[in-house]
Design a protein around this ligand. Structure first.
Ligand code: DSN
Length: 417
């Protein structure tokens, strides 16, 4: 980054500061990860210079022969990784991917059904402040109070009563397995379109460690930067019968020029997902999440649903007399990055929240295993017992910093310094 250092020292310094933060702190945000140097290189490449509206071999611009190669590889690899009939890799983000499906299938004012956000859903699945909640009538299904698991009976009852045109199933804070087949059956009873948003689980799905929605859903959306460990972006997959409608809805329907550098980086990440080492990585992500949840549970923390089937879980802090906000801030001072999160039936507002969400994809990329999860849970417990004790939090952060040196991100991040 020697050029940037000279031409724009302010931005250079921000990137350097963020690189240091990523190296010296423990990253537990469930939706984040560290991409490989190859993904970084592709994303930082000259492909950013190119306009390529349209699809490979069908562009509205000349000079697309090389970006066509990159996009074709991204499409083919998506099909190979997930076994889908059709893929469009141009969505700029997960929300853009969801917008494309809604616009491909719905008219303004139609009814959709999705998991209620405070129970683990996502803004773009019908939150009133989001376009999805403004343009469509939204029915939210929930999790049961006793088990905190999806209430399939309620979902079916609501579907039969309100007849949504589309049912969107996915989450940003649900640690258990979705019964995709059950939702297919519910959709079939009312002739609804089934859209699965597997953004959080995509890496595990690619590795065969979380059930795939592909055989059941009409449309499957995902982000590429969470467990899948690619660049920040989205992908939409669908049954062949919807392919033309989907492609047209992405361009020209909802987006202009695709981000060809990001698409190339998606192709690189998907190529990595096809390697045997990716399955090993995802198994460790899962083992680490389970071990982490068990450790915290032994220390008296209540884990929402009692455990996890994926890379993340929620911790209910009510019995510790803490809010998610206080926990997030204190842990950050201790060098541990998490996000506050509402838990099902949370008495607190989202900005305060009664819980925190913990994920293991980034720690696992650093090479950490069960033994390290135990160490981190002990630091977390210590930090949360010392929320007002700045000196103790600082002491923990120093210990964390030293520990992080044993798991250097050099190969991943050194090129950024
Ligand atoms: N905001 C993302 C997450 O953290 O889960 C979902 O888009």
């Amino acid at each position: 980054m020697n050029t940037l250092k000279k031409t724009d020292p302010e931005i250079y310094s921000a990137i350097q500061g963020e690189t240091k933060r990523q190296m010296e702190k423990l990253e537990l945000i469930a939706s984040e990860n560290y991409v490989s140097p190859s993904v970084l290189e592709a994303q930082g490449s000259v492909l950013t210079n190119k306009y390529a509206e349209g699809l490979p071999q069908k562009r509205y611009y000349g000079g697309c022969e090389w970006v066509d190669v990159a996009e074709t590889l991204a499409i083919e690899r998506t099909k190979k990784v997930f076994g889908c009939e059709h893929a469009n890799v141009q969505a700029h983000s997960g929300t853009q991917a969801n917008i494309a499906v809604y616009l491909a299938c719905l008219n303004i004012g139609d009814t959709i059904m999705g998991l209620y956000l405070p129970h683990g859903g996502h803004l773009s699945h019908g939150h009133p402040m989001n376009f999805s909640g403004k343009y469509y009538k939204v029915i939210g299904f929930t999790v049961k109070k006793e088990t905190e698991l999806v209430d399939y009976e309620e979902a079916e009852r609501l579907a039969l009563e309100h007849k949504p045109k589309l049912i969107c199933v996915g989450a940003s804070a649900y640690s258990r397995i979705f019964d995709w087949k059950r939702f297919r059956e519910i959709c079939d009873k009312i002739g609804a379109i089934f859209m699965a948003d597997m953004a959080h689980y995509a890496g595990l799905v690619a590795a065969g460690l979380y059930p795939s929605p592909i055989p059941y859903a009409d449309f499957v959306t995902t982000t590429t930067h969470k467990t899948l460990r690619g660049p920040r972006g989205g992908i939409v997959m669908c049954k062949a019968q919807y392919s033309q409608t989907l492609d047209k809805t992405i361009f020209p329907g909802t987006q202009g020029g695709p981000l060809m550098h990001v698409i190339a980086a998606k192709a690189v990440a998907l190529g990595e997902a096809l390697k045997p080492s990716f399955k090993k990585y995802q198994s460790q992500v899962l083992n680490n999440a389970r071990a982490f949840a068990q450790n915290l549970s032994k220390m008296g923390f209540r884990i929402v649903t009692g455990g996890t089937d994926c890379h993340m879980f929620l911790v209910d802090l009510q019995s510790k007399n803490l809010t998610g906000k206080v926990a997030e801030e204190s842990l950050d001072k201790a060098g541990i990055t998490v996000n506050k999160n509402t838990i099902p039936y949370d008495p607190q507002k989202p900005f305060i929240a009664s819980g925190i969400r913990i994920g293991t994809p980034a720690l696992t990329t650093r090479g950490m295993k069960e033994k390290e999860m135990e160490k981190i849970s002990i630091w977390m417990d210590r930090a949360l017992k010392n929320t007002g004790n700045e000196a103790e939090l600082k002491k923990i952060s120093q210990e964390v910093k030293n520990f992080c040196k044993k798991f250097p991100l050099e190969s991943h991040l050194k090129s950024m310094i």
